[in-house]
Design a protein around this ligand. Structure first.
Ligand code: GUN
Ligand code: ZN
Length: 433
């Protein structure tokens, strides 16, 4: 039996045919012919109850429902490790660096999410937009409002998605309507953790917006939550912009560095995701590696807000790739891979398609301690998949027609593709796009 693109295609047992690409290890920096790349042209993935149960060259027997993506690129669903749901409303806002951008555009937009109906509609639009970009898992900032985290959890559960989020903590240096206080914030976190953490594919992240918007008392409370339950994630921003770094030094004169503010509060651990990390010093970098924390590299945002050029080749700590919408200008991770390439080009370095793709799949999954579940196409992993046209339109097709080897082909795909190339997106074996 054969199916064509049906909405909600999700038989309990089915097989997908296509060009399968994933990673079995981390590709070395600059290595174009990497042994970490696993590419199986025209192979089959066998999927049962949302999980990959086989991977083979031969077509399965007639008892398997078949989905034929022959001639298309099949990748693990992307993992966006840092993105802001409420900021779709301010994506592409003109003319400012980080601190002015927050004040002028971002904080006013986030105020609207106090309204439960706005939070629910925003969460649904946002998650559908992620899926339409091939992103099946994400680490997400909602707003300070408890309802905005609830709405995201509910909308992700309805779509079967792996989602990590938590109410944003901010009790100072933010406008009215966008501040909490330590006692109420702790109560809200505890309630959300009890209701959502570990339910289906949801997990809670203690979400400190960034050091300037939390008092030392609130940072200590956040650290206490992490210490009480090692299965919780932590997400925040660090060392994104030079004026921001200078402000943190004024606010926390006793800290050795911006990163040290989080270290002192007990917020750096294996499940910590820190966005940006452009202006870190060598001691900070060593500390990140020691703690097993990850930096979510957000190249589109870093270029758009003029924040700086992340030193990826020097990173001995975990690095994943992220969109940081609305500082970033696209949810598409292939577009972010291209921006990451340009960031390195400006630094005199070259980013391979392998390191870029790995950062949006296996590297992110491993750093989130979810490597057994997501980020690859191995037997046992959840069938979160995105399927791509290798090339769309005359320019990309002409380029694709003359490629000579695999890295060249994948790099051209990465450079020239966007969400229009997405042929299908599956979450736990169910077609969502
Ligand atoms: N630092 C604190 N808040 C934000 C935010 O919303 N976006 C970015 N890019 N940086 C931040
Ligand atoms: Zn951000």
């Amino acid at each position: 039996m054969s199916f064509t693109n049906q909405e909600n295609f999700a038989p309990p047992r089915w097989a997908l045919r296509g060009d399968l690409l994933d990673f079995t290890a981390a590709p070395a920096w600059g290595d174009i012919e990497s042994p970490a790349v696993r590419f199986d042209r025209d192979h089959w993935l066998l999927i049962e109850h949302g999980r990959i149960v086989g991977r083979q060259a031969e077509a399965p027997d007639e008892s398997w429902v078949r989905k034929d993506h022959a001639g298309q690129l099949v990748l693990p669903g992307f993992i966006d490790t840092h993105v802001h749901c409420p900021q779709l409303d301010v994506i592409g806002s003109y003319g400012t660096e980080l601190l002015d951008w927050l004040k002028r555009y971002t904080f006013p937009a986030e105020c609207a999410f106090a309204d439960p109906a706005r939070s629910r509609a925003g969460a649904e639009t946002f998650l559908d937009a992620l899926l339409a970009s091939g992103t099946t898992s994400a680490v997400v900032f909602p707003t300070v409002h408890k309802v905005s985290a609830e709405a995201l959890f509910d909308a992700a559960a309805a779509r079967g998605m792996r989602l990590i989020t938590g109410k944003v903590l901010m009790d100072r240096h933010a406008p009215d309507g966008l501040r909490d206080d330590v006692t109420q914030a702790e109560r809200d976190c505890v309630d959300l953790i009890q209701r959502f953490h570990g339910r289906e594919r949801l997990a809670y992240a203690v979400t400190v917006r960034f050091a300037p918007t939390s008092t030392p008392a609130q940072l200590a409370m956040a650290g206490g939550l992490c210490r009480a339950d090692a299965s919780l994630y932590m997400q925040t921003h660090v060392a994104e912009n030079r004026a921001e770094v200078a402000w943190v030094a004024e606010l926390f004169p006793e800290a050795r560095s911006y990163l040290d503010v989080y270290e002192q509060a007990g917020l750096l651990h294996e499940r910590a995701v820190l966005a940006h990390g452009i202006w870190l010093d060598p001691a900070d970098k060593r500390l990140l590696a020691e703690r097993g924390a990850q930096i979510a590299h957000c190249p589109s945002s870093n270029l758009f807000l003029g924040s700086g050029l992340f030193d990826w080749p020097d990173a001995a700590f975990n690095v994943s790739l992220a969109s940081d919408v609305g500082g970033g200008t696209t949810l598409s991770l292939p577009r972010n891979m291209l921006d990451a390439y340009k960031v390195q080009a400006l630094r005199g370095q070259r980013l391979t398609a392998w390191t870029a793709l790995h950062g949006a799949t296996r590297a992110a999954a491993q750093a989130l301690q979810l490597g057994d579940e997501i980020g690859g196409l191995s037997v046992g992993q959840t069938a979160d998949l995105c399927v791509w046209d290798w090339a769309r339109g005359p320019v990309a097709q002409a380029r694709d027609a003359v490629v000579k080897e695999l890295h060249e082909r994948v790099f051209a795909w990465m450079t020239l593709s966007d969400e229009r190339n997405l042929a299908a997106c599956y979450v736990a074996g169910r077609q969502r796009v």
